[in-house]
Design a protein around this ligand. Sequence first.
Ligand code: BV8
Length: 257
Amino acid sequence: MEVNFKELTFKGERPLVFILSGAGLSAESGIPTFRDANGLWRKYDPKELASIGALERHTQDVFDFYNERIKNAEPCRPNAAHIAIAEFQKDVAAFCDVIHVTQNVDNLNELAGSPRVFHLHGDFQTSQCRKCKKTFPRIGFYQREQVYPDCGANNFAVRPNVVLFGEIPYGMDWIPSYLKKACVFISVGTSGTVYPAADFVRETKVSLRINLDLDPLIHPYSKFNHRVYGKCTETLPPLLDELKKELITRLKEKPAE
Ligand code: BV8
């Protein structure tokens, strides 16, 4: 393992580990990525199916695109990387905060037993009313005649609660300050193409990019201090074990308060 966690610096306070994940985290569970050779954006144009303009222009096409992905995701199950994050969160909970922000809209982290995960780009499990903007658990699939239970809006009123291109991601009111506090930032399975997530690394001191592919040494990749290449189901579990050992060692060394 190339990463030497001994360089982590955190003073007396509880350490904070910030994990950002992308489609590569769920790829080995059978959920397609976006920009790999067989990725979704190789087949579909994101401007036509995942942008706020597309939702206005051809709503049913966008609904069909998301209905298809929701159905395809149903049989998928967590892989060793999802499980490693969930176990890490639980194992260190007594002395370390772990903030896992995912760009993914699947619920494989939750199915893996993760105690908490934040969906930067929304999720397949909830819907939103286009009139009053309230969000609520998804029922069935998206179609014209879906009435929002509260305000009575109809006619394509109920949409997927996902952040489309041109919309503001969730959590942007707290994420930047948490990034600054983090003792280590781990980016796993994301191409670093989509903003503002691609810029998160800028706010951090010690950063680690875990990815399948070699990354070009340009922004934002050049900001990472460390890189580990390979499938995240193979690279992430031992890495989180290393980090857990280092955190426990530091805890033991810490002078009693
Ligand atoms: C916004 C919806 C304003 C849900 C998605 C600069 C600043 C701010 C904005 C912009 C900017 N420049 C451009 C913009 C606009 C735009 C943008 O970023 N465009 C890009 C294309 C240039 N951004 C926006 O519109 C965002 N909104 O900016 O609002 C704002 C912002 C902040 C504050 C105030 C105002 C909204 C972005 C969200 C768009 N919605 N999806 C859905 O359908 O799923 S984006 C889409 O891409 C997905 O959601 C996904 O989450 C996201 C990122 O993709 P990745 O997860 O990285 O997937 P990808 O396929 O690209 O890469 C997978 C990686 O995994 C690869 O590297 C591969 O090698 C690796 N991998 C594969 N297998 C494995 C693996 N790694 C390890 N192990 C494996 N087994």
